[in-house]
Design a protein around this ligand. Structure first.
Ligand SMILES: C[S@@+](CC[C@H](N)C(=O)[O-])C[C@H]1O[C@@H](n2cnc3c(N)ncnc32)[C@H](O)[C@@H]1O
Length: 255
């Protein structure tokens, strides 16, 4: 698998239940978006809609364009948020074409699933009104190092190697410097990117691990192998009850 593949469908119900660390971290990201409350803002990779709901609280007279590559996530978000002030799109953010530009773009815990950040930023830039902000956080350089190391081992063990042996990293954990260069090349100004370390202490560590980090691997394994694979990963990592993250923060303005 590579991150160039079509976006995977996620287990939206499980994600909605367990993804509390991403939700907690998103508050600080949302707080950096300066809003009057009347704007239209894209949530790029809205997932099951919990973070989008917080974005909507900041937009009492505004609207949200909720984009995600996973049909299950969009269904779950629609169930949660309704149709009133939200438009939904099942779309690959790397191929984004909106009919109308938005005022700002917000994104949480999504960009590291996309291989081609040059293309991603060009698409987001096209989709934003002049003067609009891009405020985002995603996995950055050094993220989930323990998981990457376990993945390198377990994907070479049978019976997983047959299905995952050729796996390339499913993530694109970029650094701040290269990201700033890509943003400027896409036409953004006032760019500012930085890394931040975080530790996730989920209530249900394995369920959290399965619903977030491992989510796209579910489709690459026969159904009966996913659980043993997840169990083996947890065993190799020493049954962790926390996970070390490095987040990449992104701020930029469309000229
Ligand atoms: C970890 S979830 C984050 C969801 C939500 N923003 C949150 O903070 O809870 C990552 C989301 O990115 C979406 N995603 C991954 N690759 C994508 C792509 N190429 N285009 C659109 N969405 C994508 C997944 O479907 C998933 O919903």
């Amino acid at each position: 698998m590579s991150v160039d593949d079509k976006p995977a469908d996620w287990d939206a119900t499980k994600y909605a239940r367990v993804a509390t660390p991403q939700r907690e971290w998103s508050d600080a990201v949302l707080a950096r978006l300066d809003l009057k409350g009347t704007e239209t803002v894209m949530d790029a990779g809205c997932g099951s809609g919990e973070v989008t709901a917080h974005l909507m609280e900041r937009l009492p007279e505004g609207r949200v364009v909720a984009v995600d590559g996973s049909p299950s996530m969009i269904d779950k978000a629609r169930e949660k948020l309704g149709e009133d002030r939200v438009r939904y799109f099942v779309a690959d953010l790397a191929q984004l074409e909106l009919d109308e530009p938005v005022d700002h773009v917000f994104s949480n815990a999504t960009f590291h699933w996309i291989a081609d950040h040059e293309k991603l930023f060009r698409g987001l830039h096209r989709a934003t009104m002049p003067g609009g902000m891009l405020v985002a956080q995603c996995g950055g350089r050094g993220n989930v190092a323990e998981i990457i190391s376990a993945l390198a081992q377990v994907t070479r063990e049978e019976p997983y190697a047959e299905h995952l042996g050729q796996i390339e990293s499913p993530w694109n954990f970029a650094g701040p410097d290269e990201t700033e260069v890509r943003l400027v090349a896409a036409g953004y100004v006032d760019v500012n990117c930085w890394l931040e370390e975080r530790v996730a202490h989920p209530d249900e560590p394995q369920a959290f691990f399965e619903a977030s980090t491992l989510a796209p691997l579910r489709q690459m394994l026969p159904e009966d192998l996913f659980q043993p694979f997840s169990d083996r990963m947890m065993e190799v990592m020493g049954q962790p009850d926390s996970f070390n993250y490095v987040r990449l923060n992104i701020e930029a303005r469309r000229a």
